[in-house]
Design a protein around this ligand. Structure first.
Ligand code: LMR
Length: 392
């Protein structure tokens, strides 16, 4: 008898699992539209940004130790990140920790809230697959609203938020919604803020795509507005995409409270959670980013590279949306064209998604999410032709 006899197979990951299948596929014409990473025209692996490489070299030249960071991470990194995300943040009102990418910021934040009186969470439907797993692992009760429908008919979202119990967490994607690409307007954010206040809901922002819709500042408009409005709130921030620094896992968690007195206790609670999970964060990626953000020239160079990524994705989005009109109709293509960031979601059945993979070697997640940078000049018409055949 096996020592563990009730083990269940959780299956492979909804996003990385499909990428693994893609990698095993030997067909030359295969197309990877799975994980949200920036690839350029020739496909292949995401390139390293030149500004980041320079920041990394500066860090390496200065580095004298590989000693542990503190549990909360590097304070210079946190201050620079806070400036980028919030503009002006009163550090006495914020418990800040450096995290292992955005995922551990989300996990730590949700664990902290779960231990401190929160048991329900509102998630958009659809949302990033990992959001659902993180809150499920912490036994949250999940409430959800139809995101695409709700963006168009906003009363659906307002009614949903008003129906939630006091002290429910509301997970809000700051910009470039994953997987749909469809974001709230400023007017909609204002209403969400009002309802969160009225109903005593706790806003938790996921900020993973800053700089991919318009500008760095504009893309954190909602976070800055909620800050101005005096919310107690949290932000999980990731640099994975904006610095294309995926495998270094660079993120941060900010817990902002009106009551300054409670901040040190919150920070110690966060540190307690971190200590038993990963002890303290890694430094190399964060240190390289610090060197970029504190050097005006390098920072400008990074911003120019980021704009280049954004502009290319935007032009792919437009072309893709236009090409979809005769295949999927006006509504579906408008949803593509109105979106921002890496993703769009197109209406395909699971059978159609499987056919695209099996018959054409076109890989996307099971929800019909497409990572737009994968649509290169070479693969674009191939994917369009495959979609036409599937819909014939
Ligand atoms: C994605 O959604 O594809 C990325 O954020 C990668 C991930 O961790 O899922």
């Amino acid at each position: 008898m096996a020592i563990i006899d009730h083990i269940q197979d959780p299956g492979s990951d909804a996003i990385f699992g499909i990428q693994t299948e893609y990698r095993k596929d030997v067909r030359k014409e295969k197309v990877n539209l799975t994980v949200g990473v920036y690839v350029d025209e020739d496909g292949g692996s995401p390139p390293i940004m030149a500004a980041l490489k320079m920041g990394e070299q500066k860090h390496l030249a200065m580095e004298t130790t590989k000693n542990y960071l503190s549990i909360a991470g590097d304070s210079e990194y946190l201050a620079l990140t806070a400036k980028l995300v919030f503009g002006d943040l009163d550090f006495q009102r914020a418990a800040m920790i450096q995290t292992v990418g955005g995922t551990s910021a989300l996990r730590t934040g949700f664990e902290f809230l779960r231990k401190n009186g929160y048991s329900g969470v509102s998630l958009s439907n659809p949302t990033w697959a990992n959001h659902k797993q993180i809150v499920a692992n912490l036994d949250y009760k999940v409430y959800s609203y139809p995101h695409i429908q709700g963006i168009k008919d906003f009363a659906i979202i307002c009614d949903h938020l008003r129906s939630l119990d006091d002290k429910t967490v509301v997970l809000l994607q700051a910009k470039c919604h994953n997987p749909t690409g469809l974001d709230f307007t400023k007017e909609q954010w204002v209403e969400i803020s009002q309802i969160c206040k009225e109903k005593n809901l706790f806003p938790f922002f996921d900020s993973a795509y800053q700089g991919f819709a318009t500008t760095l500042k504009e893309d954190s408009w909602a976070i800055r507005y909620f800050l101005e409005e005096g919310h107690d709130m949290m932000v999980a921030h990731s640099f994975s995409k904006s610095f294309a620094i995926y495998n270094e896992r660079v993120g941060a968690l900010f817990v902002v409270m009106q009551d300054k007195a409670i901040i040190p206790v919150i920070k110690r609670n966060l540190m307690k959670i971190v200590r038993v999970n990963y002890s303290n964060p890694p430094f190399h990626g964060a240190a390289s980013i610090v060197q970029v953000l504190k050097d005006e020239k390098l920072k400008k160079r990074w911003q120019a590279e980021l704009s280049g990524h954004r502009d290319r994705i935007n032009s792919i989005r437009k072309r893709f949306g236009e090409a979809l009109i005769p295949i999927l109709g006006d509504k579906a293509s408008a949803n593509v064209m109105d979106g921002h960031g890496f993703f769009c979601q197109i209406p395909l059945t699971s059978e159609e998604i499987v056919r695209l993979k099996v018959e054409f070697g076109v890989y996307m997640t099971g929800s019909g999410r497409i990572s737009l940078p994968g649509l290169s000049k070479k693969s674009f018409s191939y994917v369009i032709e495959a979609l036409k055949k599937i819909k014939e």
